[in-house]
Design a binder for this molecule. Structure first.
Ligand code: HEC
Length: 168
């Protein structure tokens, strides 16, 4: 048994130095198994965490498919260039208000009346009753895609940020 404390700590004898002692002291079998166990555990955890993030974390929001009416409404929206004055998600012209959630905030009847009649600052663009109801249905579709401005964030215990009031 070697009782030299230097030997016990560093694995070689400081009094009888030999060049090959410069090589890293050989690790014991226990240390190697320990390292493999740590690496293996981290690897497996990372694998499962990645699988979880890529499947659950990137799940698309359950937005209902766009109806034919809403599709036609989108054409109407483009034809009359509503975006020249309005915004979706804060993007667009800045003369009128953001329309992302106008249906859940104000209702279909309110939006329809506004579009059909106009006001002092919003022109009556002369939409037909069909065009009006189509564009209202398009606004209803846009409303289901999310919330603007974003609010009610929740940070989960594993660091994800979710928006409570967004469609899930
Ligand atoms: C020339 C600019 C302009 C255009 C083009 C325009 N709007 Fe507007 N819109 C406004 C303004 C300004 C208001 C706010 C009017 C008010 O409060 O009196 C408004 C208000 C509205 C509102 C009510 C929003 C709220 O939160 O009160 C809706 C809905 C709306 N517009 C839809 C449309 C649609 C759909 C189109 C296209 C067919 C359109 N607008 C085209 C300027 C415009």
């Amino acid at each position: 048994m070697n009782l030299d404390p230097f030997h016990a700590t560093f694995g070689y004898d400081c009094y009888h130095f030999r060049p090959h002692d410069l090589a890293a002291p050989s690790r014991s079998r226990g240390t190697i198994i320990n390292n493999r166990l740590i690496f293996g555990t981290l690897f497996v955890s990372f694998f499962f965490y990645s699988a979880y993030v890529y499947t659950v974390g990137t799940e698309a929001a359950h937005v209902p498919p766009m109806s034919d009416e809403a599709r036609r409404g989108q054409q109407v929206f483009q034809k009359y260039n509503c975006i020249a004055c309005h915004q979706f998600y804060g993007l667009g012209g800045y003369m009128g208000p953001d329309l992302t959630n106008v249906i859940s905030n104000r209702g279909e009847a309110y939006a329809g009346a506004f579009i059909a009649a106009g006001t002092a600052s919003m022109p009556n663009l002369g939409l037909s009753p069909d065009e009006t109801s189509d564009v209202v249905s398009y606004l209803g579709f846009v409303d289901t895609t999310g919330t603007y401005p974003p609010k009610n964030y929740e940070v989960t215990w594993f660091g994800w940020v979710t928006q409570e009031d967004d469609p899930q």
